[in-house]
Structures are given as structure tokens and as C-alpha cells.
Design a protein around this ligand. Structure first.
Ligand code: C5P
Length: 225
């Protein structure tokens, strides 16, 4: 339907994986199709919002009606997110790589010398969601994180909302049985700051996105916590 529940709002969405270069041909990444994040950006645009999508490398088309900023690494994603603010709603659906090689990738491919791989120290990437959720000024009024878990989904999501400082966590079970990873369906739980849980049935990722827009509009209007 054509309800413009986010008319006049600015929405920022991250989506896809990040690639952390090892050398010009190799990288570290998490698995992510970008489908749910891209569906959220598309749904926000359909709901009347002005949308910026900061996307890591994905193999799916840009959503219609959305400004897309393409990035590779977590640090590039953080810089693009900061440049895209302010926003009324920030949704962090990207599967950001937790670590990157400590050594900056050079211009030359690392050669196999027959002696096995050299040790590759890793360092932690910035947590983009936590950085924005804890901004002292200019924090978006609604900051939403995702939690992809394979077990104890609700417990982990409750811990995550406190650790990250966001307002809402959209949690899903990505264990192999669910077939969510890379698929077109998703079964999500919405976890609030007070620990409240709203569980939705298994739905298409586009329908999850559409329903999320109504939920976000309600939260901004102060209808739920
Ligand atoms: O800590 P974990 O990766 O499980 O948290 C997932 C949530 O945090 C997602 O919303 C993800 O987009 C966000 N995140 C982030 N930057 C990171 C790691 C995770 O924005 N470096």
C-alpha cells in the first residue's frame, strides 16, 4: 500500500559485508548478501523517507529511489556513515568484518614461498553501530542494530542492545536449519531497550522491511519504547 509512514524523515542504512584487504587479491569478510539491508532501504524510500544506503560489496542491484554510497572496508563504511548524518533513523544491517589485517595491504600480491603463510596479525575494526549510538551530539533519535545469531538468539540480542547502546535490535536465527542466510525469507524478533520482545512469523525480507517501517514510525512517534 502507499502509506507514507516516514514522509519527511531521513533514514541511513548500512548493508552488505565489508572487505578487509590482505593484498590486492585477498580479503577477510563476513557472509552477507545485503538482501535485508537493501530491502530496508527500498522500503524506507517507499515509505516517503530520504534514504542514504551505505553498502559494502554486494551482487544485488541498487534499490530504487535511494542514494547509494559504495564502500569496501569497515573504516570506509564508518567514514561514509558519519558523512551521511544527520538522520532521524539509522539502521545498521551490514555484516561488518570484526577484524582486519594489522598491516595495510600493499600494491603487490603476497607470494607463496613454499614455507607456508606468514603470520597475519589482526586488529579490531571500529564498531559502527556502537559509535553512532554513543555519539555525544547529533545521535539519530532512533538507532537500530541487527543480531545474526545461531543460538540463544534472544539472550545474545539483549546483551547486545546494552553493549551497543542502540534503541532496538532486530534479531534473526542464521543457523543452517533456518535457511535465512542469503535466502529470501527472514524470521525476526524485535528486542527493545527494556528487554521486551516482539516475534514475527517467517516473512519475505521485503515484508519484514515494510513492517519495520511502520514499527520505526511508531517508535519515533513515541507509541512504543
Ligand atoms: O557485534 P555484532 O557484529 O554481532 O553486532 C551486530 C550489529 O552491529 C549489526 O547491527 C552490525 O551492523 C553492527 N556492527 C557494526 N560495526 C561493527 C560490527 C557490527 O556496525 N564493526
Amino acid at each position: 500500500s502507499g502509506e507514507q509512514v516516514l514522509a519527511g524523515r531521513r533514514v541511513l542504512v548500512t548493508s552488505g559485508p565489508t572487505h578487509e584487504p590482505i593484498d590486492p587479491v585477498r580479503y577477510i569478510a563476513n557472509r552477507s548478501s545485503g538482501r535485508q539491508g537493501h530491502a530496508i532501504a527500498a522500503a524506507a524510500a517507499r515509505a516517503g523517507a530520504a534514504v542514504t544506503l551505505v553498502s559494502g560489496p554486494v551482487g544485488i542491484p541498487d534499490p530504487p529511489g535511494v542514494g547509494v554510497v559504495r564502500v569496501e572496508s569497515a573504516r570506509e563504511m564508518l567514514a561514509a556513515v558519519e558523512a551521511a548524518l544527520p538522520a532521524d533513523i539509522a539502521v545498521f544491517a551490514a555484516a561488518v568484518a570484526d577484524w582486519r589485517p594489522e598491516r595495510e595491504a600493499g600494491a603487490k600480491k603476497i607470494k607463496k614461498d613454499g614455507a607456508g603463510p606468514a603470520p597475519m596479525p589482526l586488529v579490531e575494526n571500529p564498531d559502527i553501530l556502537a559509535t553512532v549510538a554513543r555519539m555525544p551530539t547529533g545521535r539519530p533519535p532512533l538507532v537500530v542494530g541487527f543480531a545474526a545469531e545461531t543460538e540463544a538468539v534472544l539472550d545474545h540480542a539483549r546483551a547486545k542492545i546494552a553493549r551497543k547502546g542502540c534503541d532496538l535490535i532486530v534479531a534473526n536465527d542464521v543457523s543452517a536449519e533456518g535457511g535465512v542466510m542469503g535466502g529470501i525469507d527472514n524470521a525476526v524478533h524485535l528486542i527493545g531497550r527494556d528487554g521486551s520482545v516482539e516475534s514475527w512469523p517467517r516473512l519475505g525480507k521485503n515484508e519484514v522491511a515494510r513492517r519495520l517501517m511502520a514499527h520505526f514510525a511508531g517508535m519515533l512517534a513515541g507509541r512504543y519504547r
